[in-house]
Structures are given as structure tokens and as C-alpha cells.
Design a protein around this ligand. Structure first.
Ligand SMILES: [Zn+2]
Length: 256
């Protein structure tokens, strides 16, 4: 039985933890609180090296970690200045263990779910296809929710990547968002998308749902508990139409 949920802010991102907490509190039977950034609050002297050790080095290599001094220094800086971090994927389950150790000892039981919103990209290893997959969330305790993962993990429409490539060949840099949106059919979220907070609500509810029912995701495409693999499906699940399938609408009806 989850009695308490604590969200942690990701202040350098578009995600508004307080808005998400208010939405959640209306729908679940647990107390919801918000704290400041997890990595600022609970980082200690060992964390930079431990983060370096759970970095994914190669998308096709299970083995992670490079604890050379330069990398550890980078991690130190990225903890203090998250706006300068980027381009790195971390092993989500290993990171989850690192953060679990740093959660206050008297708050580690499953009745108190912790959900750090992260300014980092996390992934999980796909044993079936031998590569790392970026994730929006990693369920469990704590449950990780990656804000950049929302933009990067679910695949964008094919055409997006083609346009991006074409533009890079012509001008050597990334095309502006407006160009891509105009050229590409189908909806998708881009970095710092103004719909970030709205889209993340369902991913945070998934963390609660998993811990309180043992059920991971919902198969219904229009349900906030659906685990969409492609951007247009994220938009359908999180931003369009009804919030839940009939079964979950019953469970998560807002209390007046
Ligand atoms: Zn559902």
C-alpha cells in the first residue's frame, strides 16, 4: 500500500513537478509531496565516480562505466550544473540502485514512493536485441522519470530523421524545430516542448500504479498508463482525448 509519494524537481527542464503533484494528488489515495532536485539534495562525494561507472559507453555494449579522472570530473560538474550535462545515457537500473542508497533510510519502504524527475537520459539493456534502449521511466523504488527521455526515447516519425539528415548534409547543423514540424507528418515532442509537464503526468502515475498494483502498463492506446514506443503514440496516450481507458478511469477518477 503506497501511502506517500515524493516527487523531486528537475529545475533546468520544462517539467513542473508541482503541477504534476497536484494532478496526482487528485487521483490517488496517497499523500503527494514535492522536494527539490534529488541529485542536489542527496549527492555525496562518491556519487560522481559511481555515475561515471554506470554510463553507457556504446549502444551495443552491455558493459558500462568509465571512471577515468576526466569523466569523474565531468560528473562532478554535471551534478552542480545540470544545464551543462548532456549526450550521455546511464544504465537506468544501476542508477536506480545508486539513488536508492541515497534515499533517507527511514523512507525506503514501498509505502513511500520516491520519483526523482531527472535531467539525465536513462536506458535499459535489451537482452533480446543486444542494445541499450532509452526510457522515459524506470519503474520501481525509486522510480526514475527522465525529462530528456520523453523527447528522445519514443521514436519520432521516420521522416523526421530523414529531414534531419538532409539538413545536416546541406548546412552542417540541426534544422530548426519549426522546419521539422512543417515537413514531418505525425505528432511528436521536441526538446523543451511546452507540453512536457502534461505529457509526464501519465509516466509518474505509471510509477505509482506499478508499486500499488504490480501491473506495469496498460495495453489501451488512449490510456495514460500506456507505454508508447513511438512519439505519435505518446501524444495519443498523454495529450489527446480521454485520459484513461474505462478500467483505469474508474480507478483514477479525480476526487472533487
Ligand atoms: Zn488503462
Amino acid at each position: 500500500m503506497v501511502e506517500q509519494v515524493t516527487l523531486y524537481r528537475a529545475p533546468t527542464t520544462e517539467a513542473d513537478a508541482d503541477t504534476i503533484a497536484a494532478w496526482l494528488a487528485e487521483r490517488i489515495d496517497a499523500e503527494v509531496r514535492v522536494r527539490d532536485r534529488f541529485l542536489s539534495r542527496y549527492a555525496d562525494g562518491d556519487l560522481p565516480e559511481e555515475l561515471a561507472d554506470v554510463r553507457v559507453l556504446d549502444p551495443y555494449e552491455r558493459e558500462t562505466g568509465n571512471t577515468m579522472l576526466g569523466i569523474v570530473r565531468y560528473e562532478e560538474r554535471a551534478l552542480e550544473h545540470p544545464e551543462r550535462a548532456g549526450g550521455v545515457i546511464y544504465d537506468g537500473q544501476a542508477l536506480q540502485r545508486l539513488l536508492h542508497h541515497r534515499t533517507p533510510a527511514d523512507e525506503r519502504s514501498l509505502s513511500h514512493l520516491h520519483v526523482p524527475l531527472l535531467d539525465r537520459v536513462v536506458g535499459t539493456w535489451g537482452g533480446h536485441d543486444g542494445r541499450w534502449h532509452k526510457r522515459v521511466n524506470v519503474l520501481g523504488q525509486p522510480a526514475l522519470v527522465s525529462v530528456p527521455g520523453l523527447y528522445e526515447a519514443p521514436a519520432k516519425p521516420e521522416r523526421y530523421y530523414k529531414e534531419q539528415q538532409k539538413h545536416a548534409m546541406l548546412s552542417g547543423d540541426a534544422p530548426p524545430r519549426e522546419v521539422l514540424e512543417e515537413q514531418v507528418d505525425g505528432e511528436f515532442l521536441v526538446a523543451d516542448d511546452p507540453r512536457t509537464t502534461e505529457a509526464l503526468k501519465g509516466y509518474i502515475l505509471q510509477a505509482y500504479h506499478y508499486l500499488s498494483t504490480g501491473e506495469a502498463f496498460c495495453d489501451e492506446k488512449g490510456c495514460r498508463l500506456h507505454n508508447a514506443h513511438r512519439q505519435p503514440a505518446v501524444v495519443v496516450a498523454q495529450l489527446h482525448g480521454t485520459e484513461f481507458c474505462p478500467r483505469h478511469a474508474e480507478r483514477y477518477r479525480p476526487s472533487a
